[in-house]
Design a protein around this ligand. Structure first.
Ligand SMILES: Nc1ncnc2c1ncn2[C@@H]1O[C@H](COP(=O)(O)OP(=O)(O)O)[C@@H](O)[C@H]1O
Ligand SMILES: [Mg+2]
Length: 256
């Protein structure tokens, strides 16, 4: 596509969005869903050209909401916005304290949630570095994490939970390799791995939702790993793969 044509199609797409971000009053008038500090942060990101248009909500969760947006050059983005008043604040603190990267995070709810957002960004970066397919994180600011959108035209790729796998074996093998890479190379345990936090995009698994992932030094790391293994084996057994917790654990833990 030539440049002009491409820009036109981006403009058209942006026009279809809930609001274009030109100034902060735009955001205020047309959103209503964001609190003032979040709006200000979104505006800062928009004024830097990182976000050009906000789309609709993709998911509302317990701790965070995920929105679709358009970034530079019309690239689709996922924007995860953590709630400051999350109900899982205590859990966040526990997961942060045992992690050497964040062990001295203290303070208000707000500080904990900001640290949590940074932690998810760092975890995604570490995962990507060792070759685990995750949404590429771009930037985080306060309680907002901006990352690559896994999906197309504002529609997220389905979670494993939402699909019936025709050929589950290669998907299982890849997930098992990703768990091993995370453990051996990134020194991370996901901690909430299941069919809910794996998307299927172009017939390949993509690991998401890494806020709670911890370094191996975390006192609960081995327990979290055992739980991840259990969830993955349960799901893939049901999908028809011959696998076991012992085998998967051995695959993850074995030295080269
Ligand atoms: N990068 C992304 N691209 C596309 N969709 C995403 C992305 N990140 C999250 N989602 C969508 O939002 C949902 C919730 O995201 P997740 O990170 O799992 O947060 P939660 O803590 O609410 O479980 C996912 O199941 C997925 O549908
Ligand atoms: Mg999730």
């Amino acid at each position: 596509m030539d440049h002009d044509k491409k820009m036109k199609s981006i403009d058209k797409r942006i026009d279809e969005y809930h609001f274009k971000i030109k100034d902060s009053s735009d955001l205020k008038a047309e959103s209503g869903v964001f609190d003032t500090p979040t709006l200000k942060t979104l505006y800062t990101l928009a004024s830097k050209g990182i976000i050009t248009a906000m789309g609709g909500v993709v998911s509302t969760g317990k701790e965070a909401d995920v929105f679709h947006a358009i970034g530079e050059n019309g690239k689709e983005l996922a924007i995860k916005i953590y709630r400051i008043n999350t109900s899982d604040f205590q859990k966040m603190q526990d997961y942060l304290i045992g992690d050497p990267r964040f062990s001295n995070v203290r303070g208000t709810k707000k500080d904990i949630v900001f640290a949590w957002t940074k932690k998810e960004q760092r975890n995604l970066e570490r995962a990507a570095e060792v070759g685990v397919k995750v949404p590429e994180p771009m930037i985080s600011e306060r309680n907002i994490l901006i990352m690559e959108f896994i999906g197309k035209d504002g529609v997220s790729a389905p979670r494993l939970k939402d699909v019936r796998l025709e050929e589950p074996q290669p998907i299982y093998d890849t997930v098992a390799d990703y768990m091993r890479l995370l453990y051996q190379k990134a020194k991370l345990v996901h901690g909430d791995l299941s069919e809910y936090n794996i998307l299927l995009y172009e017939e390949r698994p993509v690991i998401i939702d890494m806020g709670q992932a911890v370094m191996l030094e975390h006192p609960m790391a081995r327990e979290f790993l055992a739980r991840d293994v259990k969830n993955i084996v349960r799901y893939f057994k049901k999908s028809g793969v011959k696998c076991s917790e012992e085998e998967l654990s051995a695959h993850i833990l074995k030295k080269d």
